[in-house]
Design a protein around this ligand. Structure first.
Ligand SMILES: Nc1nc2c(ncn2[C@@H]2O[C@H](COP(=O)(O)OP(=O)(O)OP(=O)(O)O)[C@@H](O)[C@H]2O)c(=O)[nH]1
Ligand SMILES: [Mg+2]
Length: 452
């Protein structure tokens, strides 16, 4: 027997709902190939990612970028971390102390291209007055949102809008071992609703393992007290247990204790590793026992790059956009948009139809009741009429009976008189007067009455 089912055989009602029929496909349709199509398209287009790095001077920002993308993006030998590659640099001299440098580069791995933008905020926390040190950075984030909004609202939009929005912000915390500084708190408070904020403990190699753990919990406590939201990816229902566990492991390590270096060091066993060498030993960058660099790389690149971009676009940018439009006085009139929502419109029409039906039903009920009461009235009238006729006839008959009884009595009394006269002894008959002949008449009448 063949296992292939005909479409009718294959149609089986779903257990819970008899209306839903689940059909088993009896052949290859081809949509299983969609991920491959998407994959090819993505490879062709390449990916882009905009990463902002903020932290006080000399905390190892440029070094970490080189370590993260395993490429000498920044020349660390020059004093101010000048770019080594031919890249675009945007300089914003919003305040004399902070400069926004953008490094655009394309990196390739296994034929996958990544258009990477690193936005470095040079000079953050260097001025004497730190009150508004966050401002040029927040302005930069906002202006990138604005450019996107402008491109989006153009009447003639180009097929693909250049996405320059900041997808993630790495905030470098000085490894003091105490708690967050007012500069850190002020800055993070200003940006946490505009970017995916990822705090990291810079140069963590100067702290011991216990100091790192203490410092991490102090930072988390401070962030919690200040209601500062850090990046937290959405967990999806259909993720398998392994993925869920791995994601949880990545997130639980925030704020990451980072050590950066692209220097290769030869270990005693002959292995070449990226690390930092000290008189007391070697710190391996790519060793999870030594620092959280691997976790940071997993979060930023391997596991959550698309999620970071998605959250930027769907949540952070959307918030910014709606606030901006509201400030400009553009308020959404929901009643206008309702018209265009087919489900809402359908529901509205259904409600209207139901109301119409109910109205019609009421009207019909009223008409029916009116008819019934009219018929009832007619019946009552006919009944009353019949009753009066019946009464009239009864009265007539009673009158007739009375009359007849009276006549009967009269006749009986007459007949008695006649009987008496008949049985009386014969006396000389006087001359018969016409009056005396009269009593003979009832006999005739009696006869007639008896006949009747
Ligand atoms: N101990 C230690 N030193 C580091 C680490 N990362 C970088 N450094 C050193 O710190 C110094 C500054 O590094 P940069 O990467 O230039 O720091 P930066 O934050 O880019 O500095 P600016 O661009 O001037 O703000 C260099 O001498 C690095 O070798 C680290 O993880 N641990
Ligand atoms: Mg630098």
């Amino acid at each position: 027997m063949s296992d292939v089912l005909t479409p009718t055989q294959a149609a089986t009602p779903v257990d819970s709902d008899p209306k839903i029929i689940r059909r088993k496909l009896n052949g290859y349709v081809g949509f299983a190939n969609l991920p491959k199509q998407w994959h090819r398209k993505s490879i062709r287009r390449g990916f882009n990612f905009n990463l902002m790095v903020v932290g006080e001077k000399g905390l190892g920002k440029s070094t970490l970028m080189n370590t993260l993308f395993n490429k000498d993006l920044y020349d660390l030998n020059t004093h101010e971390s000048q770019m080594k590659f031919d890249v675009d640099i945007t300089e914003d001299s919003l305040t004399p102390s902070i400069r926004i440098d953008t490094l655009n580069t394309e990196i390739e791995e296994n034929n996958v291209k990544l258009n990477l933008s690193i936005i470095d905020c040079v000079g953050f926390g260097s001025s004497i007055d730190l009150t508004n040190s966050w401002k040029p950075i927040v302005d930069e984030i906002d202006s990138r949102f604005d450019s996107f909004l402008e491109a989006e609202t153009k009447i003639n939009r180009s097929s693909s809008i250049q996405d320059n929005r900041i997808h993630a912000l790495l905030y470098f915390i000085e490894p003091t071992g105490h708690c967050l500084k007012p500069l850190d708190i002020n800055f993070m408070k200003q940006v946490h609703e505009k970017v995916n904020l990822i705090p990291i403990v810079a140069k963590s190699d100067i702290l011991t393992e216990t100091e790192i753990q203490d410092f991490k919990s102090k930072i988390l406590q401070d962030l919690n007290n200040q209601n500062i939201k850090i990046f937290n990816p959405i967990s999806y229902e259909n993720d398998d247990e392994e993925t869920k566990m791995m994601n949880h492991d990545i997130i639980s390590k925030i704020p990451y204790a980072i050590v950066g270096s692209n220097n290769l060091i030869k270990l005693n066993d002959g292995r070449l590793v990226r690390g930092r060498s000290y008189p007391w030993g070697i710190i391996e960058i790519d060793n999870e026992q030594h620092c959280d660099f691997i976790k940071l790389r997993q979060l930023l690149i391997r596991n959550f790059m698309e999620e970071l971009k998605d959250l930027t676009s769907k949540k952070l940018y959307e918030n910014y956009r709606s606030n901006k439009l509201a400030k400009m006085g553009i308020l959404q009139d929901d009643s206008v948009f309702k018209e265009f929502d087919p489900i809402l419109k359908q529901e509205e029409e259904k409600k209207l139809h139901e109301a119409k039906l109910a109205n019609l039903e009421n009207q019909m009920k009223q008409i029916f009741q009116q008819k019934v009461s009219r018929e009832e009235k007619k019946l009552q009238e006919t009944e009353a009429d019949l009753f009066s006729k019946h009464k009239e006839m009864r009265d007539k008959l009673l009158k007739q009976i009375k009359m007849l009884e009276e006549k009967k009595k009269e006749l009986e009394s007459n007949s008695k008189l006649i009987d008496q006269q008949i049985h009386q002894p014969q006396q000389p008959q006087p001359m018969q007067s016409p009056q005396l002949q009269q009593p003979q008449q009832p006999t005739k009448t009696r006869k007639g009455f008896l006949r009747g």
